[in-house]
Design a protein around this ligand. Structure first.
Ligand SMILES: Cc1ncc(COP(=O)(O)O)c(C=O)c1O
Length: 342
């Protein structure tokens, strides 16, 4: 039980914490990867830790169906479909996106796991969140009329309950880090909808763990990451009546490596992906972990991460993203030299 809430434990935890010796040597730091990409079900990823709590809550409430929202290629949606399949529930995803022209990457995996995706044709006269809410309401109504009891999970699973997955992960990593005898460790994670970062940060503060948490934003947020973090933190603090406080400046998160947009193809990010693949045989994704790893490399080069520092990057998964059309096309151009017809 964490902060008074139970979960259904379906993960193969602790996930491995691996030292990457080649990259450590190159960057002059002790670089570890927390392999949350290796979590079981639906090809894995960070959202499964949040879903352990959502599935429990949904079942306690007698729900038979999980409904969530995101982009057409949402990893969170794919993993929601995965746990629904595993637990004999229905699931659906609502996305404000046109059909991308092919059923690749997460869309393909959603179909394989039997999870319908409802694509709302973007309407420039309305905001994305309006269209998402309207689409979700319509799909909810449709399924409820067929007798399902629908449990709604917000985008990325990032609400008050959703932080508990990475609260637990902070405790889990602290035990692994103690086991390795490491001190002064910096945990680095991607910041998307922020549930992962917030869970880690609240876990570290509330449990008084000797860890520093750095978040690397992958897309701009109105008002900036710190403001967004403070507002989210305050909701979490009130919800669980926590005796900790924080000001915007206490959140160590940066937008310096987001390349200005969500899920955009970026040459530097692809180079970071190739570097990780060629040095450590580990695959990153172009939307989240590739941007984060590029950020870590840049922070090391600029001295923000100091020589010899102990750094743990959380591999949050997302690998299917490599197969989305707009990223794949760019990579194909760069990697064609690896194809030889003989
Ligand atoms: C692969 C991957 N990494 C990181 C994140 C970011 O996690 P959060 O939304 O909790 O900030 C996401 C969110 O969708 C994701 O799919």
């Amino acid at each position: 039980m964490t902060l008074g809430y139970e979960k259904i434990s379906f993960l193969n935890t602790p996930t491995p914490l691996q030292k990457l010796s080649g990259i450590s040597e190159d960057l002059g730091i002790n670089f570890y990867l927390k392999r949350d990409d290796l979590t079981n079900y639906g090809t894995g990823g960070n959202k499964l830790r949040k879903l352990e709590y959502f599935v429990k809550d949904a079942r306690d409430k007698g729900s038979t169906m999980l409904l969530t929202v995101g982009g057409a290629q949402t990893n969170h949606g794919r993993l929601t479909g995965a746990v629904a399949a595993k637990y004999g529930m229905k699931a659906a995803i609502v996305a404000v996106d046109p059909y991308p022209g092919e059923m690749s990457a997460n869309l393909l995996l959603d179909g394989i796991m039997g999870c319908p995706v409802y694509l709302v044709k973007p309407d420039p006269a309305k905001t994305e969140s309006e269209q998402m809410s309207e689409g979700a309401a319509k799909v909810k109504e449709e399924w409820e009329s067929k007798g399902e009891k629908v449990y709604f999970i917000p985008m990325g699973g990032s609400n008050e309950l959703g932080i508990l997955g990475y609260y637990d992960c902070a405790v889990e990593m602290n035990e692994q880090i103690n086991g390795l005898g490491l001190k002064n460790v910096r945990i680095v994670t991607t910041v998307g909808s922020m549930g992962t970062y917030m869970g880690l940060q609240v876990g570290v503060w509330n449990e008084k763990l000797p860890l520093r948490v750095t978040g690397i934003g992958i897309s701009p947020k109105p008002g900036g990451l710190q403001k967004f973090a403070k507002e989210y933190f305050d909701r979490v603090k009130d919800y669980y009546c926590l005796g900790i406080t924080a000001e915007p400046g206490d959140f160590d998160c940066t937008s310096d490596y987001d390349f200005g947009a969500y899920n955009n193809p970026v040459r530097e990010v692809r180079e970071a992906i190739y570097y990780m693949g060629r040095r450590e045989a580990i695959i990153l994704d172009p939307c989240y972990t590739g941007k984060t790893f590029n950020g870590i490399v840049q922070m090391t080069k600029s001295g923000i991460i100091r020589p010899g520092e102990n750094v743990v990057m959380i591999h949050t998964g997302g690998i299917p993203g490599i197969y989305t059309r707009h990223h794949r096309i760019e990579m194909e151009k760069e990697l064609m030299e690896y194809i030889h017809i003989i």
